[in-house]
Structures are given as structure tokens and as C-alpha cells.
Unconditional design. Sequence first.
Length: 452
Amino acid sequence: MVLADLGKRINNAVNGALSNSKDDYTTTVDIMLKTIVTALLESDVNIKLVSQMRNNIKSKLMESKTASSSVTNAQTKKLIQETVFDELCNLVDYKSDQPFQPKKRQTNVIMFVGLQGSGKTTSCTKLAVYYSKRGFKVGLVCADTFRAGAFDQLKQNAIKAHIPFFGSYTEADPVKVAAEGIAKFKKEKFDIIIVDTSGRHRQEEELFKEMVEISNVVKPNQTIMVLDASIGQAAEQQSKAFKDSSDFGAIILTKMDGHAKGGGAISAVAATNTPIIFIGTGEHIHDFEKFSPKSFVSKLLGIGDIESLLEQFQTVSNKEDTKATMENIQQGKFTLLDFKKQMQTIMKMGPLSNIAQMIPGMGNLMSQVSEEETSQKMKKMVYVLDSMTKQELESDGRIFIDEPSRMVRVAKGSGTSVFEVEMILMQQQMMARMAKGAQGAGGMPGMGAMPG
Ligand code: GDP
């Protein structure tokens, strides 16, 4: 069962309980818990965890009910929703979900471990970009001499992301390469050095021995295990084995965009008492989100997660562009160029379904419209805006109303229809009106006005 299905089933169970007025309270709670338990077990969450969670929810709900005999229906609903939400958070919360805070005036080393194919090399680069964007000088070291092509892969990723890197085509000893890389970047006063190590297809003695040897040499300030979210029950045992050899202090969960059961990963967290710090949501460098138990559960239940949305928006948006748009809005203006920049930022944020999940109420809506369809629509809008002249883009759009022949020209140039151009102008006009309303308040026009 994929994670989205798990969320839907838990939601249905809670909603079912909330709308059920026939049965008495205890029966209603029992029916709801049975559905939640089945859904979690089918998603590979460890049975011990599930039964513990079931007992916690049940006792909390029963206690609250007996503590006050005069609770209203609305209060009961709120209580059920909150209790289920809190317990789901507890399942994935190890109290410290913050990324490692590098120490000032010293070189910090972060070492990655994980099986081959888990997404280690990709995640190393994503983390390097995360710290680099926050002003740290970051270097990448490829200590994977086992897999042919590993260095080339890291090199390509690093070049694309503009991160300095180190590796060797000739040295076969990963410990030596790691030591050399660390020495080089330390000498150059790098703040953070991220060391990518080799993986194997299976857990093997050799691999664990190598991890210990590299770790003894690089002396990491933090070791991160990369875990593929789609591996199901195997996650628990795999993470325990890595914990014994390399004692990692954090987990990055990858491929959360795919058909991940996710439950195995939840069990891995519990089995090793280690927090998830980031999740990988795609192959692109920006498909990387800080993990927060509340955000994770909110998304799981389709409640939406504005906090993550804003953080992602800030990460991908161009600071200069945002500043210029904000200045315009403060003057009550919102030009076609502002509109175009906002569209481009949204498109950079990754699959639209990911973004929709963060907007309250949008997750369910998006599942009814195909990703392809929405993305095509947005691309067309950018083509239309691309066909406009500088003068038109910097205008408030009224220029098109004064001279409708401009619409015909833009439609022709972008391979769209006049109707489509008109629709975009209407959107921009709507936002411009909102900007006028927000004048002085410093607000950003809502993205809810985007066509779906
Ligand atoms: P490594 O062998 O552990 O270093 O794994 P790689 O970094 O080479 O990743 C293996 C494959 O998984 C590559 O094709 C990556 O592009 C892909 N990958 C990594 N992270 C993610 C993710 O979060 N989502 C998706 N869809 N693919 C990912």
C-alpha cells in the first residue's frame, strides 16, 4: 500500500468515527482503531509499534471521555482527530528532527552510509546544496571505490550543483581516498565535508568492516544512513545492522515520491531510536525536504502543510526576483512579469502533486486531475508570457485591453488561442487586484488563484 493510500484509509477511519452516531462511544472508537491498525500493518509498520499506538489512542480517548461526562459532539470529534494525529506524530518523532548544526571555526565531517541504490550519492549532493545555500563552504568526497562509475556520478552531480569535490580514478582503497579528501578540504578551510561511502547490494560483513575503517579515519561529527522508503519490512533489520557497525545519528529517507510503503521506514526509525532529518522526493537536487513529524503526518492525512510549502518556495525562488515582486506589491502593483516569475518558481518546486499536498484541501483535489494535464497547462501559460514583449510584461496588463491585436499576436507566437491569452490576463488582473488590496500590508497574493 502506498503512503497516500495509508493516509486516505486513516482519514476515512477517523471521518467514519466522527460521523457515526448509531453506536456507543466505545464501539465507535474500536471500529475506528481496527481500521487504522489494519491500514498501518498493511503498510509494513511493525506490529509492536502499531499495538502500542492502538493502546495509547484507546486509553487517551477513554480517559478524556470519562473525565468529563458533558462533552459535546464537536468536542469529541476534535478529541478523536487530535489524539490520532498526536499518536501518529509520536510514531515518527524522535524529538530531534533538526539537521546537524555545524560547529563554527572547525571543519565538520558528515559521513553517509547505506546500501547500493538507496540514493546515497544523490542525497549527499542534496545535503551539500542545503548547507551551501545557508552560507557554508561545503566539499564532497567520493570514498566509494567499489562501484565502477561512482566517482563519475558524484562528480557530475557536484558540477551541476557547483559544489567542490574530491575522488580518485586509480586508488582502490576507500580509506585512503577518504583521508586524502578530508586533508585537502581541511587545509582549504572548508566548513563541511560530506563523505560518500560505498554500498553493496546486500548487507555484507565486508561493507560493515569498511564503514568502521572509514569512520575511524574521517572521524565524522555526524553519520547519516540513507534508507530507501520503498523497501518495506526489510528497513528495520537493515537499519539495525548499520546501527551496530556505524552508529549513525540520523536518517535520510529517499524515494518518498514513489510507491513507497513508508511504514517500514517508520519502523526503522523506532528500531534504531534515530530521527529522520530529510526526505528525498525525487531525482532532482531540489527534491529534498526537511523532515518534520507534524508535516509528515499532516501530508499523510491530507491536512496540508503550509510551513513546508513556504520553506520550499523560499529555497527555489530567486531572492532578487522575490524582492522586486514584493516591492511592486507594496506599491499595489502586480505586473505580468511578476506573474511570470511566480509561475516559474512554482514550476521549479517539483511535481505539482507534491506542492498540492502541502496546500490544505488541495491534495485530494489534485488526485482527480492528472499531473500531466496540470503541468501542460502551466507550461502553456509560460509560453504565452514568453511571447510578450518587455513593455507588455512590465505593464499592468491593461495595454492588451487597449490594443486587443496584441492578444492575437501573442496567441500566434505561443501556439495558443486568444481565449487562452485572455484567461492568463484575467488571472494576472485578479492578482493585481489582490496586490492593490495588500498594498502596505506586505502580503503576497495567494497562490490559490492559480488555475488548476
Ligand atoms: P547510491 O547507490 O546509494 O549512491 O544511490 P544513487 O544516489 O545512485 O541513487 C540510485 C537511484 O535512485 C538513482 O537513479 C537516483 O536518481 C534515484 N534517487 C535517489 N533519490 C531519489 C528520490 O528521492 N526519489 C526518486 N524518485 N529517485 C531517487
